[in-house]
Design a protein around this ligand. Structure first.
Ligand code: 5GP
Ligand code: MN
Length: 342
């Protein structure tokens, strides 16, 4: 993966004097969204910029330990319009880990009202939209955090990386690659990780903070969902899980508690595709999709659930009730199967 040096020059010239910068990432932010946004923010702050990081909604509680999360502005909880005012004043808007402004949901309208700021995209999803002035789009990159690392390195050198910035980037890299295990990893990523380790980051502690910091309720909910709610289709090769709000309440659900559940059916040798349906405060059903190898859930999410993502990890939404959503999924899986796609 090579970053166009002309684009790095444009990036630097957009930020050649202290600017008001807003960094945004996607709804239901994950380790990569938060890590890449906050790392870029810290680098730009050290260069003298005034930087605000805004997320559309809350992030999972078990990522709260990450450096600088106290500075995140959460639009859904922002009753006094801080997000609106910093976006209105922004001279540069950087969108990280999302391919179109629509992934900001209600915030996308706020961004649309600022027509003077230069918009920069840093992302690894397919099909970036044309809403940006400067685009760093690398769908082959395993995480946005890796891209942020490459951009920082090309623009300012690895000397600007400190332990906190490296920790943020490392979290993005591990959470989007299953701790360096997915097919998207490559030697450059390991070289980048080596540079992060040079800053003295504490890898075992980061691992424990990310993967072993859940509540008891989450562990019990997980057991319940796998035991009682996992169903399979097509002779056990396709699986799905579902979670209603009532079930969440029974297990003292906290935002983020069901993250990762969708991956578990893929630990069954025969399973090639997995889905998770979770009710979202009575308004819609969140759909998460994961797959192995050639089964393309990005196409599946676009076709059947008005969503998108990556080939092996995608998501979308359903505005039907749970029963109809599952019926729609079963029909979609059969159609996909008939086309030889799963
Ligand atoms: P998750 O299942 O963890 O919510 O999302 C997996 C991947 O799919 C992420 O890369 C995420 O950005 C993408 N994704 C999730 N929901 C949506 C959606 O509603 N629309 C689009 N375009 N992508 C989504
Ligand atoms: Mn990502």
């Amino acid at each position: 993966m090579n970053i166009d040096l002309e684009k790095i020059e444009i990036f630097k010239s957009l930020l050649d004097q202290p600017k008001k910068v807003v960094i945004l990432s996607h709804t239901n932010p994950d380790g990569d969204a938060i890590g890449s946004s906050l790392a870029m923010a810290k680098v730009l702050q050290a260069k003298g910029h005034s930087v605000s990081c805004i997320l559309p909604n809350r992030f999972p509680y078990y990522l709260k330990w990450m450096p600088d999360t106290d500075n995140l502005i959460i639009h859904a909880q922002d009753k006094i319009g801080i997000a609106q005012s910093v976006i209105a004043a922004a001279e540069v808007v950087i969108c990280a880990d999302m391919s179109s402004l629509s992934r900001l949901e209600a915030l996308s309208e706020v961004i649309a009202q600022n027509n003077h700021a230069k918009r920069i995209l840093i992302d690894h999803h397919l099909s970036p939209s044309d809403e940006f002035d400067l685009v760093f789009s690398f769908p082959e990159s395993s995480s946005t955090a890796y891209l942020v690392y490459e951009i920082i390195k090309a623009a300012y050198g690895t000397e600007v990386l400190d332990k906190d910035i490296a920790t943020l980037l490392y979290v993005g890299m591990i959470t989007d690659t299953g701790n360096f295990a997915f097919s998207t990893i490559n030697p450059q990523l390991f070289r980048a990780a080596a540079d992060l380790l040079e800053t003295g980051i504490d890898v075992p502690t980061i691992y424990n903070n990310v993967y072993n910091s859940f509540t008891e309720g989450r562990a019990r909910l997980f057991g319940y969902v796998i035991n009682r709610k996992m169903k399979t289709l097509l002779k056990g090769t396709v699986a799905y899980l579902s979670l209603t709000e009532d079930e969440m309440r029974r297990f003292w659900f906290q935002q983020g508690d069901s993250e990762g559940f969708v991956n578990y059916p893929l630990s069954i040798k025969k399973v090639k595709m997995s889905a998770m349906f979770s009710e979202q405060q009575g308004s819609f059903i969140r759909v998460s999709l994961r797959s192995h190898g050639n089964v393309d859930v990005n196409t599946f999410a676009r076709r059947y659930f008005n969503g998108g993502g990556h080939k092996n990890a995608a998501g979308g939404k359903s505005f039907m009730n749970m029963e109809d959503t599952i019926a729609h999924y079963i029909k979609a899986v059969e159609e996909y199967h008939a086309e030889g796609l799963v």
